[in-house]
Structure formats: C-alpha cells, structure tokens
Design a protein around this ligand. Structure first.
Ligand code: ADP
Length: 815
C-alpha cells in the first residue's frame, strides 16, 4: 500500500514540478516563502521545514531564512516536536555547508526538544547526525556518546538498518582511537546484522570498513578479500560509481602487495568508468594512484604523464587535496631524475597547497559573516515583497500553494526513503577520505625527510669548503688581526653546521628513525667532559659551573652516550646563555638501585632569568622561544630543548622544567640504565697525532667535487703525503691497478660509479691491494648511509665538513 502511495506521490510530484517550473515558483524562493505565509498552524511549519530541506543544498541563504521562520512559528505554536524538527533541518543546512559548530548547536536544541517517548526515530537520527559532525571535528568522545545513545534507541525500536549504521559508526571511532580490536568487532557485528536482514548496501559498507581496517593492519590478503566482495556486490547492483571506487580500492591493495602490474589493470578499469561518469575528482585520484604504481615500476615518464593529467584536473576543478598528492608525485619524479631544481619547485608547490588547505579551514569564519550579511539583506527583501503581494490575487496564490505542498510532501517522502542509503554512502565517502588523508600524511613525511637530507647535503658541501679553507688559513696566517677575522669566519660557519645538524636530528627524531644505542656508558665521563667543555664560556661570563656527582652511581652501565651527552649539553648551554650572575650546577644523583639496573636523576640548575609560568610548556616546541627578543639578545634557534626532549624520550625519560622568573630554572630528567654485566673495557685507540709519521705515504682521493679535493689536498700535502686524485668510482677502481696506495679516501656519492660500488669492486678484485684501508668521506648524517658504508667493506668514515683533527685521527689509525 505504502508503495502505491509513494508511486502516486512521485507521479504527482513530477506533474506538479512541471507546473511549478512553468510558474517559475521554484526559482523564486522568496515568493514561495510568502505563499507559505498564507497558510497557518502546524501545516505551515511542516511545509516550511520540507521547503528548507529541499533547498538546503543549492541555496544556503534561502534555506536558512525558511528554517529560521519555521523555528519561530513552531515556537509560537508551542509544539516542541515540531520545533525540534525545525531545529533539525537548520542543523542539516549548517552541516551541509560545513558550519560545524553551528550544526552541533542546532542538533543539540533539537535533541533537547524531541520527546524521548514519542519522537524516538527522529531523536535517533538527530543523534546520529550530531555524532557525524563531532566526528568530522575530531571530537571523538562526543561523537561516540551520540552514536551509543542512537544505537540504544534503534535497539529499542528494533530498527535493524539503524543498528547496522551505528555499529559502523562506533567501529570507526574505535579505529580513529587505534583500538583496532574493538573496531573490528563492531564492523563484524554490523556485517552480521546486515547479512541477516539482507541489507546489501549495509553489507558493502561494513566490508569496506573491514577492508580499510585490514589494510591499516597490513593484513593485505584479508583486505583484498573484503574489497573483492564489495566489488562483487557493486557489479550485482550495477552501480558504476561504486564499481569504480572498489576497483580503485582493490588497486591500492595490489600496489601495497607489490603487484603493481595488477594494480595498474584495476586502476585503468576504474579510470575508464570514472571518465565516462565524468567524476573528475575521483578520476584524478585514480590518476595519482596510477602514477604511484608506474613510478614504483620505474616507468617514470609514463608516471609523469598521469601526474600532469591529475594536475590539470586538479587545477581546473580546484581540488587541493588531489594537487597536494600530485605535486608530491612530481617532486618524486624530478628527484629521481636528479633534477633537484625542478624537484624543489614541486616541493614548494606541494607545501603551498598543504598550507592553503589549512588556511581554507580558517576562512570559514569569514564565510559565516558573509552569509549573515546575505541573510539580513534577504530578510529586508522579503518584508518588501510581502507588502507588495499583500494586495495580489488570493485565488492564484492558493492554487499554487496546493501544488507546492504536494511537491514538497512527495519529495519529503522520497527523502526519507533515500535517507538511509545516503548515510551509508556518506560513510563510504568518509572512509575514502580517511584513506586518502592517511596516505597524504605519510607521503608528506617522506617528502620532508628526503628534502631535508638533500638540502643538508647541498649545504654541507660548500660549507665544507668554507670551514676547510678557514682552518687552513688559520694555521698558515701569521698576522694576528687576520687570524682573528678568520676565527670569526670559522666559528660562524661551524655554528651554521651545528644548526644544520640540529635540523637533521630533529627531522630524524620526528619521523621516529632514531633509536637509543645500548653500548658501554660511563655517566661520570659524560658529565666531566661537558663540564670541561663549558668551563671557559662560564668563566668568561663570571659564572660558577658546579658539578655534584653521586659516587654511588656504578661506572659500568649500558646506554647511549652520544644522546645523553647531547641532551645535557643543550641544557647546560642554555643555562649558561640565560644566566648573567650566580652559578650553573649539573647534578647527577642515584635515584634507585636494583640488581641489574640503576635509575639516575640528571638536573641542570641555574640562577638566570627564569621562564614565565605560561611559557614553561611551549618552550619544548620546535622553534619556540620565550619572547621575540630572545633571539636578538641571546641568539639560538629554539630547537635545543625540543631536541633534548625528544632524545630523552628516545632513551625512556621525560624532560621537566621548574622555574621562577628572575630567580632561575631547573631542567631535569630521570633515566634507567642496565648494568654492564661484562664490564668490558674497550681499549682506547691510541691516536698518533704526529703528522711527520705520514711522510712518503700515498693516498688515492676519489671525489667529484673539486673543492673537496682541494681542501683535502692542502692538508695531506702539508703532512708530506703523495696524492692521486680521480673523479669517480670507476676511475678509482682502474687506478688501483696502476699504483699502489696506502689508503683510499672515497666520496660516497659520485657519478658513473659511486663509492659503495667502487669499494665492492676493490674488495672483490682478489688482488693484494684489495685489502687497502678505504675511508668514506660523506656529508650524510643518515644512519642508513653509515650502515651501507660498513656493509660494503669500507673501514671507516669521515663526516664532511671535517676538522683537521678528524682526518689526522683516521690517518694515524689506518696508515
Ligand atoms: P634556543 O636556546 O636556541 O633559543 P631552546 O629550545 O634551547 O632554544 O630554548 C627555547 C627557549 O626556552 C629559549 O629561547 C629561552 O627563551 C627558554 N630557555 C631555555 N632554557 C632556559 C634557561 N635555562 N633559562 C631561561 N630560559 C630558558
């Protein structure tokens, strides 16, 4: 019966829609609003609600005016349920136009007004929608509460489709909270329920969510099965848009499995459908995916073509999230071609889009104001037209009102039927967005890391020349005034180098690449060295530098000496920098002693300028300083504390601060170290620094950078060493046959053949020179590079820019 009524309503709707079009009624919403004002009571409010709902997507301002009037009239009628419905539609309008706070506000009003006994279904729907808005705002606790409440109502009503949807929603919240087990349970429950009632769209939605869950868990086989089942459903239902989405999803799984060829086939199919449907945004997303797979297959030129296509769609339809990914892809393409300039340009574009996405979010406030202004203007117009029409033909108006009413009621019914379907589509879309956002974030991090390591390499090479030549001049110059100038140059360039190192460390710590070493550690030695290092700068400022060391601390511990040293050094350097008089004290105390481990408290106290209470948390953020003056007065970059905090974090502690303004500060942290059971003392390598011992030795330098060779040569020549220089790894290898060398200094990155491959060739040549000491000269601070250096058979490495003492140390060790 209801089917028949719907059918009739649909027909009458279509018929009257034609009529209404003829009278231009739908176009002129202001007029239609006034017609509505000619009927009264609950009917009028219901009609207004339906009209507002009809207009909510296409005409924000009109829809809002109508909803506002409906709220007002329902208030006059003293019918809370009706008023609640009016609030609800207002919330839907705000929600649709991304005014999320406002949407929440109106949903809440509606929820308060619905009668929990009479309006249960509406109440559950409003709760569900409110939950979705909270979710988009990242307010997961609130959205969880709304969903649970809605679920309870659907349960009471035995509304199984509602229950299916809420299970999915609740599962998603668990997934956001990384509570994967619970997420999976809810998705499975939703799937079971959907299967039980034969709710095909529900089955597809649940399988999709499970697919994403498995993909995130890296359970690719399971993810594949889920997406495959969804695809089968899509084919059965013949919904081309869903088919295209599922093909794309299956493609990503294949790509994750490393089956790029298969992934490409699926992507191409998906792209063909999307092209036919003219679904540009989705098409450009698939183009990006195609490019990723092609790139992985080293088909760089083809990847570029797809990226360019995605770029042109992204630009034409203004799709920042697509462009973000596209530019990142183009960056990778140019980077792989070693076109660093182009790569940098794309990286900047990528960064710009990323920033603009964030600013767009801030601009919603401006849009709100604009809309408010339009609302006021429209209200004034209504008042005017109202008086004009007051004298118009009442008969004509009444006739048209009936038409409008019928159209609206029919559409309202249609809306209700489609509502549930829409919800599950919305869920699918959110899943897609979630997946895209996650991939974007991962790509952005990789791009940043790569970019930083390229730039640091590029900066280090010229810096190497500056520091090297400054060191040379410093040794050679006799004129004291010139020597002083050179010293300033040396210190400035070394500071620059420190900054670059800091940036790199921070980068590594941020991407979680750094792990604490577990080697022999003598805490006393670490703090003694630090005290010695700062003795001069403290005494120059007239500050006493004290060390209070607890002698119960065992000498043989296991830990990361370098990280501990760097963390404390940063704190002591700050303490001295920000203290004008009084003292700086390093305190090291045994907090807890167990059979196999000791917990030690480290504290650095000063009597300096102190830190205001409201800044005591922010100073730990990167680039944060207490005031804008700080840099001018004291220098620094605002990175030290952030690095220390992360280093301490990696070692298993937490950096804390206590400070009184103008009285001083104390930074402290506790770390637990295991006892070194073997107590093995590695014999210290005796470094012979007598350079005269190198007289007559012969060294091969392989480096493609003329400045590097120049700097190296200056030192080596001074020490009486004979040098042969070559430009790449291949020449180095050939040269080994011609001369006999005592050592090879090998650059790692070189054209034609790099240092790693050249070393492998030398070691595998089976000649007597195959065992020659090979020292890498590298600008890279990356642990991976160091691992490679060791793995290929090099003996050691020197980090560029190097100090003469570094070079001397390696020469005495291996010559
Ligand atoms: P930087 O010292 O390079 O500015 P940090 O991250 O080490 O960067 O410190 C951040 C900010 O915290 C400093 O700029 C300074 O304002 C404040 N700060 C750090 N240590 C102290 C200290 N011992 N006394 C006073 N202020 C400090």
């Amino acid at each position: 019966m209801t089917q028949i009524i719907r059918h009739i309503l649909l027909l009458s709707c279509l018929f009257f829609y034609g009529y209404a079009q003829e009278t231009k009624l739908r176009e002129d919403s202001l007029v239609s609003l006034i017609y509505i004002q000619k009927i009264t009571g609950a009917e009028k409010v219901k009609t207004m609600i339906a009209l507002a709902r009809l207009k909510k997507e296409a005409d924000y301002v009109d829809a809002k005016i109508i909803a506002e009037k409906a709220i007002e009239e329902a208030g006059n009628l003293k019918q809370p349920s009706l008023r609640a419905e009016a609030y609800n539609v207002m919330a839907e309008i705000e929600d649709m136009h991304s005014h999320l706070d406002s949407a929440i506000h109106y949903y809440e009003r509606a929820i308060q007004l619905y009668d929990p006994r009479k309006d249960q279904l509406n109440l559950a729907k409003a709760l569900n929608l409110k939950g979705i808005v909270h979710e988009s705002k990242g307010q997961y606790v609130k959205s969880y509460q709304s969903y649970i409440y809605a679920l309870r109502i659907y349960d009471e009503l035995n509304d199984e489709i509602g229950i299916c949807n809420e299970y999915l929603n609740i599962g998603l919240i668990h997934q956001y909270n990384e509570e994967y087990k619970q997420a999976r349970t809810y998705f499975n429950q939703s799937l079971a329920m959907a299967r039980k009632i034969g709710h095909t769209e529900g089955i597809a939605a649940a399988l999709n969510n499970l697919g994403i869950y498995y993909k995130e868990q890296n359970k690719l086989r399971e993810a594949y099965d889920c997406f495959k089942q969804v695809l089968d459903i899509d084919y059965k239902q013949g919904n081309e848009s869903n088919i295209a989405t599922s093909l794309n999803n299956l493609g990503t799984i294949n790509s994750d499995m490393g089956k790029e060829e298969l992934a490409l086939e699926l992507y191409y199919k998906s792209a063909r459908i999307k092209k036919k449907l003219k679904d540009q945004e989705s098409l450009s997303n698939t183009y990006n995916n195609i490019a990723t797979s092609l790139f992985k297959l080293q088909r760089i030129n083809e990847a570029e073509i797809y990226l360019k296509d995605a770029e042109s769609i992204g630009k034409q339809y203004n799709l920042p999230s697509i462009l973000e990914e596209t530019y990142n892809g183009l960056y990778e393409v140019e980077y792989s071609r070693k076109n660093y300039k182009q790569a940098l340009e794309y990286h900047l574009k990528f960064q710009q889009i990323k920033d603009s996405i964030q600013t767009n979010e801030n601009n919603t406030a401006i849009h709100d104001l604009e809309n408010q202004y339009k609302l006021d203007k429209a209200n004034a117009e209504i008042a005017l037209k109202n008086t004009e029409l007051e004298n118009g033909a009442v008969l004509r108006i009444s006739f048209i009102i009936i038409i409008v009413l019928l159209v609206l009621i029919s559409l309202y019914f249609l809306y209700t039927v489609q509502h549930t379907n829409k919800l599950s589509r919305a869920l699918n879309k959110r899943n897609d967005d979630l997946m895209k956002a996650k991939e974007n974030a991962e790509q952005a991090t990789t791009a940043k890391t790569q970019f930083l390591s390229v730039m640091s390499h590029e900066i280090r090479t010229p810096l190497n020349a500056i520091i090297g030549i400054a060191n040379l001049l410093n040794e050679d110059l006799k004129n004291e005034a010139h020597k002083e100038n050179i010293n300033v140059l040396r210190i400035a360039s070394q500071n620059l180098l420190l900054l670059i190192n800091d940036l790199l460390d921070l980068n590594k710590l941020e991407v979680g690449k750094m792990e604490a070493a577990n080697a022999q550690l003598n805490v006393r030695k670490v703090v003694d060295t630090i005290k010695e290092m700062f003795a001069v700068s403290a005494s120059q400022k007239g500050i006493e530098l004290k060390l209070e060391f607890d002698y119960h601390i065992p000498t043989a511990l296991m830990g990361d000496e370098t990280k501990l040293n760097q963390a404390i050094t940063n704190l002591v350097s700050n303490a001295i920098k920000f203290t004008e008089k009084g003292f700086v004290e390093i305190r090291v105390k045994l907090e807890e002693s167990k059979a196999d481990s000791s917990t030690i408290l480290f504290a650095v106290t000063d009597t300096g300028i102190g830190i205001p209470a409201d800044k005591q948390q922010t100073i730990f953020e990167s680039f944060a300083q207490v005031s804008t003056d700080t840099n001018r007065k004291y220098g620094g970059t605002g990175l030290g504390l952030s690095i220390s905090q992360k280093l301490i974090d990696v070692m298993g502690g937490t950096l804390q601060v206590k400070s009184d303004l103008l009285k001083g500060s104390e930074f402290s942290f506790s770390l637990t170290f295991l006892h070194n059971q073997t107590d093995y003392q590695k014999p210290a390598i005796e470094v012979n620094t007598d350079s005269s011992l190198f007289e007559g030795k012969s060294i091969l330098i392989a480096d493609d950078n003329a400045v590097n060779i120049f700097v190296l040569k200056q030192f080596l020549k001074k020490w009486g060493i004979t040098i042969v220089e070559v430009e790449n790894g291949l020449e180095a290898f050939k040269m080994m046959y011609k001369h006999s060398f005592d050592m090879v200094l090998m650059d790692v990155q070189m054209p034609i053949k790099d240092g790693i491959d050249a070393t492998i060739d030398i070691r595998n040549a089976g000649k007597e020179w195959s065992a020659v000491p090979i020292i890498a000269i590298t600008a890279s601070h990356e642990d991976e590079v160091r691992v490679k250096i060791k793995a290929c058979g090099m003996n050691d490495f020197i980090i560029k820019p190097f100090m003469p003492s570094d070079l001397l140390e390696k020469l005495s060790k291996y010559l």
